[in-house]
Design a protein around this ligand. Structure first.
Ligand code: LLP
Length: 424
């Protein structure tokens, strides 16, 4: 596997996957999510050393994206009834572990669907083993283990340690095996996902914990999953992880487990962000450029209703500008600008830091009618969009082989009020 160096982010962009940003905006309107399929394909190829690549569809679940993942032999993770239904709608089979449900609870709808299709479940709480066992005695399950520590790009994305609600606490394996025995359930695999945006430092500890738990569960284990969490750089101060090292550590763990048990053990990886983040671009139009005291605000028609990561985590996305007429803006003077959206809320700022502090970014001077592109928006972008302020959710477009294809229509006012009722 190749180890990638951090890309340089340009603040001037007039094309996405060879197509004009301005033309895309004119044809489909703004705000607009655009995905470059080629970038997803490259990221899939990067991970080819793993036996199984399981896409965490929560990162970007449009069924067209899932369909293309499926055509590249990427299987899928589902965290809810809706995500199971998405996977089925995109053509995934309920058999052969193509869809695995990973969660810390079953709601009634998810459990019914799982029972109906006999889907494989990765249990994040001991109660799930009993609840599944009652409905599907004799089922195989995997266990999502919380090894007692975790790491994430933000405290909100750290999924290990005792502050996290995720996973089965590493000292409760015995209880889980007892519950499994009661219902003839077999633990066929183990899974650890300690956080989103993790690094190599913690990986050897995770691998050791995985091995320890595997020995405790015993020879029924035939799969281990490294979970997701592979970071992508959002700025030039961030890096990718060394994928070779990452794989080697997991592969060595798998080999030791396999040797102890005397049978092959499959190694899975479960990325969301790594596969889809860099493929996604959110195109917005500049609607106002105004001075407020010392700050220059550039206000867009996209807000945190379209991309929530900055307001939720203080996440910084690469930002670029395209002229209204579609030209590049490399020759414009640069200014310190605060980039914000249309919402009636002060937190609607894309250039903020964790804690909500407004920051500026050095960008080419923007004019009303220009386009601003929020980059690396393909993971946890559209999927976290909302209708706050009665904004309709953006359209989504996939570019493949040089062609733009609409994969989700822009919402309409009728969509907004569809389920609302004025009682007599
Ligand atoms: N597997 C499990 C069990 C997970 O909980 C997650 C993410 C993944 C895989 C995929 O993680 P990834 O490879 O994408 O880091 N909304 C946040 C990220 C939340 C991640 C939740 N779980 C963000 O925008 O950064």
């Amino acid at each position: 596997m190749a180890t990638l160096s951090t890309p340089t982010f340009s603040t001037s962009r007039h094309q996405i996957a060879g197509l004009s940003v301005a033309e895309l905006a004119k044809q489909y309107g703004t705000p607009l999510y655009v995905y470059d399929l080629r970038l997803i394909e490259q990221r899939i190829a990067d991970l080819s050393a793993f036996d199984v690549i399981r896409y965490a569809q929560k990162a970007c679940g449009n069924i067209a994206i899932l369909d293309r993942m499926r055509k590249h032999n990427v299987v899928v993770d589902a965290v809810s009834c809706g995500e199971i239904q998405r996977a089925l709608a995109a053509g995934y089979s309920p058999q052969g572990h193509e869809i695995v449900y990973t969660a810390d609870i079953f709601d009634a709808a998810a459990l019914d669907l799982i029972v109906q299709h006999k889907l494989h479940v990765n249990c994040g709480s001991p109660d799930m083993i009993s609840q599944l066992g009652e409905r599907l005695p004799g089922a195989d399950v995997t266990l999502r283990i919380n090894p007692g520590f975790g790491h994430g790009h933000s405290q909100k994305t750290n999924t290990g340690g005792q502050q996290s609600k995720h996973g089965i606490w590493h000292t409760q394996i015995d209880d889980c095996l007892r519950r499994a025995d009661q219902h003839g359930v077999t633990v066929t695999g183990l899974h650890m996902h300690i956080g989103s945006g993790t690094d190599l430092e913690h990986l050897s500890e995770v691998c050791e914990a995985m091995e320890r738990v595997a020995m405790e569960v015993g020879r029924t284990v035939t799969t281990i999953s490294a979970g997701g969490g592979l970071p992508v750089p959002y700025s030039e101060s961030e890096t990718y992880v060394d994928l070779d090292k990452y794989f080697q550590l997991w592969d060595a763990t798998r080999n030791r487990v396999s040797e102890s048990f005397g049978h092959p053990v499959t190694l899975e990886i479960e990325p969301g962000r790594y596969l889809s983040a860099e493929s996604g671009f959110l195109i917005a139009e500049v609607r106002s450029v105004k001075k407020v005291g010392d700050n220059l605000f550039v206000l867009l028609d996209a807000g945190f209703n379209d991309l929530a990561r900055p307001v939720m985590y203080g996440a910084q996305h690469p930002i670029s500008v395209c002229a209204a007429d579609g030209a590049a803006v490399d020759d414009r003077e640069t200014v310190e600008a605060v980039i914000g959206g249309p919402l009636c809320e002060s937190g609607d700022i894309f250039t903020q830091r964790e804690g909500g502090f407004v920051h500026s970014r050095e960008l080419p001077m923007c004019r009303v009618g220009d386009y601003v592109i929020l980059e690396n928006a393909g993971a946890y972008g559209f999927v976290m969009a909302s209708n706050y302020n009665s904004k309709t959710r953006a359209a989504e477009v996939l570019i493949e082989q040089g062609q733009a294809k609409l994969i989700r229509k822009r919402e309409t006012f009728d969509d907004l009020i569809r389920n609302e009722i004025i009682p007599e």
